[in-house]
Ligand binder design. Sequence first.
Ligand code: ITT
Length: 199
Amino acid sequence: MNLLFASSNKNKIKEIQAMMPPNIHLIGLSDIHFSEEIPETSPTIKENAIQKAAFIYDYLKNNPASMDINGVFADDSGLEVEALGGAPGVYSARFAGEQKNDGANNKKLLQELKNTTHRNAQFKTVIAFINAKGLQTIEGIIKGTIAYEERGKNGFGYDPLFIPTGYRSTFAELDFGIKNSISHRANAIKNLLNLLQHR
Ligand code: ITT
């Protein structure tokens, strides 16, 4: 089965590639010669995921790919911090500004939490999947806490600050394989694969 992943985030692509079973061939935006930025202007994570998947699904109608594509999916993710009322949430990539800088985002998060020990947070991924039968959305969540300083070099985004429940290490200190088996994205992908089996 050929599935197109509508993302230009190299880290997400690497993670999702590693989660796919052998019978699923992941196609990227470069394989369909798409190199623009997909609009991401919706007010929620779920609506952004739908917006991205729908944009590429429509693009394929006007620009048919040279290979068979059995479905298109997009991942929109965000970090929701309890003490910040769920922020940065849908604005996770742009928390510290339009330049979408991971280091600046992490610094800003530490700054906003500097006077509190209330560190609960969760990562959320919503996957929107579209094929000829229609649209489905699937969610994956992992709960944890925000560390007091950045720790670790693996991963991307807020990984140096996120400690998943049940662990003492941040995602950036854990092996790629461990993050990839427990993360918000892993949970969403497991649910997507389940859905595809029954669809
Ligand atoms: P797309 O091309 O797939 O849209 P993006 O980078 O724009 O990629 P999002 O809109 O989903 O992705 O942005 C989510 C932001 O949340 C991202 O820039 C990271 O800062 C953060 N994030 C998402 N997943 C993460 C993860 O697994 N670990 C750490 N941070 C993550």
